[in-house]
Design a binder for this molecule. Structure first.
Ligand SMILES: C[S@@+](CC[C@H](N)C(=O)[O-])C[C@H]1O[C@@H](n2cnc3c(N)ncnc32)[C@H](O)[C@@H]1O
Length: 287
C-alpha cells in the first residue's frame, strides 16, 4: 500500500540526520530543524515511502543519501536578488576595493550562480571585472553544474531583464545623455528554446568548487576582499553560524567585507571583529 502524506516527528528527523551523518560526509545536525523538517517531509511524501523504508534506504543506499542531501538544500536564488544590495555594492562597497591590483571575491553558497553573474556584470560595468578573481562554492554539486553552464529557463526567469535594469540602468537619464546598457551585452534570451544564456566571457571566469561550510576549510587557498554568503546561514543554528563566521574571518583581509542576506546578521562573539555599515560587515583592522 502506498502511504498518503505522512506527518513526520522531530525525533524521526533526528534519526534521519544521524543516519545521514553515519553513512555519508554530510552533517545537517546543526541546521535549523524547521526548514529541514519541511524539506525531508516533502522528499518522503514524494518518494511514497514509509518512514521505516526511508530510514532503511538512507542506511543502505549511498546514491539515495546523495539524492536526499541534494533535496534538503534550498536553492532559491535570482539575478540581482534584492536590488538595494547591488546598488550599495556599486555605490559604497566595491569602490573601496577599486584601487587594489586584484580583488578576490568568494560567493559561498552560490546555488545556481545568478548571484555570481550579477556580481560579474556589476564589476564589468564599473570597469573592475578584469582585475577581479571570482570564486564560488556550494555544498550541492547539481547547482554548481548549472552555475558553470550559466543557462537558465526563460519561462521561469523572464523578470531577469527588469532586475538587470533596476540595478545596471538605475539612475540613468536619457535626457542627460546617459547610455543604457542592454542585457544582451551579458546574456542572450532565446524564447523559442526557452533559454537565457550567459555569455562565455562570464561563464569562463569563476573558479567553482564544492565546499561544505559545515566541515570544509577554505579550499580556494586565497584570502578575500569580499565574501558574499547570502541566504545560507539562515538555515544554520547559532553554533554553526559562529563556526562559519570564524572561517570567513580567518580568510578575509583586514578591511575586507562580508555581505550576508537581508534577514541575516552577525550576533554573538564574532560581532566584535566586524564593523557594520548598513548591510555590510567590514573586518576590523588587526595587526
Ligand atoms: C537559498 S540559496 C542562496 C543562494 C544565493 N546565495 C542567494 O542568496 O541568492 C542557499 C544555498 O546554500 C547552499 N548550502 C546549504 N548548506 C550549505 C553548506 N553546508 N555549505 C555550502 N553551501 C550550503 C545550498 O545548497 C544553496 O544553494
Amino acid at each position: 500500500m502506498v502511504p498518503s502524506d505522512l506527518e513526520i516527528k522531530d525525533e524521526d528527523i533526528r534519526i534521519f540526520l544521524d543516519a545521514i551523518k553515519v553513512r555519508s560526509n554530510y552533517d545537517f545536525t546543526d541546521y535549523s530543524l524547521k526548514s529541514l523538517k519541511r524539506r525531508i517531509t516533502k522528499i518522503i511524501n514524494e518518494s511514497k515511502m514509509s518512514i521505516a523504508q526511508f530510514e532503511n534506504e538512507i542506511l543502505t543506499n549511498p546514491e539515495f543519501v546523495e539524492k536526499v542531501v541534494m533535496g534538503i538544500t534550498v536553492n532559491t536564488t535570482d539575478l540581482f536578488r534584492d536590488s538595494a544590495i547591488w546598488i550599495s555594492l556599486r555605490d559604497e562597497i566595491l569602490p573601496r576595493f577599486a584601487h587594489l591590483k586584484k580583488i578576490n571575491i568568494w560567493h559561498a553558497g552560490c546555488s545556481t550562480g545568478q548571484e555570481v553573474y550579477s556580481m560579474m556584470i556589476l564589476l564589468e560595468e564599473m570597469g573592475l571585472l578584469s582585475k577581479a578573481d571570482i570564486y564560488a562554492s556550494d555544498i550541492n554539486t547539481n547547482v554548481l553544474e548549472t552555475a558553470k553552464a550559466g543557462r537558465y529557463r526563460y519561462r521561469f526567469n523572464h523578470a531577469y531583464v527588469d532586475s538587470f535594469d533596476a540595478v545596471i540602468n538605475s539612475g540613468k537619464d536619457a535626457l542627460n545623455g546617459d547610455k543604457f546598457t542592454p542585457e544582451s551585452k551579458y546574456f542572450l534570451i532565446d524564447k523559442v528554446s526557452d533559454s537565457i544564456q550567459m555569455k562565455s566571457f562570464l561563464t569562463s571566469k569563476p573558479v567553482y568548487k564544492k565546499i561544505d561550510l559545515v566541515k570544509d576549510e577554505n579550499l580556494f587557498y586565497v584570502k578575500f576582499d569580499l565574501i558574499i554568503c547570502r541566504n545560507v546561514i539562515i538555515y544554520f543554528n547559532y553554533d554553526l553560524q559562529n563556526k562559519v563566521f570564524s572561517l570567513f574571518l580567518k580568510n578575509m583581509f583586514n578591511d575586507g567585507c562580508l555581505l550576508l542576506g537581508m534577514h541575516e546578521s552577525i550576533l554573538g562573539p564574532y560581532s566584535s571583529h566586524f564593523e557594520k555599515k548598513n548591510l555590510a560587515y567590514f573586518k576590523k583592522n588587526v595587526q
